[in-house]
Each structure stands twice: as C-alpha cells, then as structure tokens.
Design a protein around this ligand. Structure first.
Ligand code: COA
Length: 169
C-alpha cells in the first residue's frame, strides 16, 4: 500500500466536494438517489478530509456515531485521480487514532458484499481488509440484489486481561 505524507484531519462539512468526488467514481456511486442522500448527509455529518498542497479536497470520509463505543464510516471516497496513493488509508488511520483517544472500541463500515460480482467493490473490500476490517455478516439490509456486507475493526484492549500473566489486584 502506498505510504505518503498525506495529512487527514477533521474538517468542516464539504458537501460540494463530496458531490464532485462521487462524480469521479460513477462505477461505485452511480445511483442519483443515493448520491443525493450522500450530498445531504455531507451537510451535517462529521467530516474528515485529505487536502492537496493547494487546499483542494482529494478525499472525504463521513463518520456516524451510533453509540459512544462505535464509530461508523458512513461514506469514504477518494478522487479517482488520487486512487492508490494512500489518501484513503490516511483518512481511516486518522479516524482510528481519534477513535482510540475517545475510547471507541469498534469501527464499522457497510459495503457491497462478496455475493455481488462487482469487481470495483471487490477492491473496496480489499482496501478495508488491508486497513484491518473483518467481514462480520452479509445482510439484505439494502434489499434484493444489493448485498450489504457489515465489516468491523476492534480497537484496543479496552479492559485488563484475565488469566495467567494478568496484573495482580
Ligand atoms: C476505496 C478507496 C476509498 C481507497 O482509497 P485509496 O486512497 O485509493 O486507497 P489507498 O491508496 O489508501 O490504499 C490502497 C489499497 O487499497 C486498494 N484499493 C481499493 N480500491 C482501490 C482503487 N479504486 N484504486 C486503487 N487502490 C484501491 C489497493 O489495492 C491497495 O491495497 P494493496 O496495496 O494491497 O494493493 C478509494 O479507492 C475510492 O474512493 N474508491 C471508490 C469508492 C469506494 O469504493 N468507496 C467506498 C465505498 S463503501
């Protein structure tokens, strides 16, 4: 995986950039209704970005917080011209570091499941696996023909180990 000096940080909401980036990857985001929902979500959701040297947004990730112990990647998209250069990894790393600091125990993401033949999403699943996510369950949450794969990444130990070698109380 590419290692670069990309800096990902919590940012203001950037709905226009989300619309622009989604349009660069129509094979992944080709449904106008879904894109409209993402554009709307981008107005309010917690937003992390990577910007280039000119300040232009090249990657955006939106985060949901359902419970204090979990953070969900609601949307992640990188400008097609910057794919494979470490932008997506930089965003997930920054979100993970922030999550650990907040005591979050699980990262979650939902994506198209492996029972669908789409090759682009096979690469997407590979990306999440490279970032440490594990497939949890494929569900019909998104309706027939659109298998939803729930992936999770456990963070940190969270509690003292039990058994031999555990700290003496
Ligand atoms: C998936 C995505 C966010 C990854 O971000 P990225 O900056 O391209 O990825 P990185 O450079 O940080 O990581 C590269 C790794 O991801 C994999 N990858 C997944 N999708 C890729 C893509 N479209 N282009 C290049 N690499 C991709 C690479 O194979 C590489 O792993 P490897 O070194 O084992 O081969 C980005 O490619 C993207 O926006 N894809 C289209 C939209 C999408 O799939 N969004 C998520 C929907 S749930």
């Amino acid at each position: 995986m590419a290692e670069t000096a990309w800096v990902a940080r919590r940012d203001k909401q950037v709905p226009e950039d989300v619309v622009r980036l989604l349009a660069t990857v129509p094979e992944w985001f080709g449904q106008p209704e879904s894109n409209a929902e993402y554009a709307e979500a981008a107005r309010t959701k917690e937003t992390w970005t990577v910007r280039d040297a000119t300040g232009a947004v090249v990657g955006v990730t939106l985060v949901d917080r359902h419970f204090p112990h979990v953070a969900e990647i609601h949307l992640t998209v990188v400008d097609r011209g910057a794919h494979g250069a470490g932008v997506g990894t930089a965003m997930l790393r920054a979100i993970e570091e922030d999550a650990v600091a907040r005591g979050v125990r699980l990262l979650e993401v939902k994506t198209l499941g492996p029972s669908h033949p789409d090759e682009g999403y096979a690469r997407t699943r590979h990306f999440y696996e490279r970032c440490g996510f594990l497939a949890l369950e494929e569900t019909d949450l998104w309706g027939p023909g659109t298998p939803c794969l729930i992936m999770v990444k456990p963070l940190g130990a969270g509690h003292a180990p039990e058994g031999p070698g555990a700290a003496v109380r």
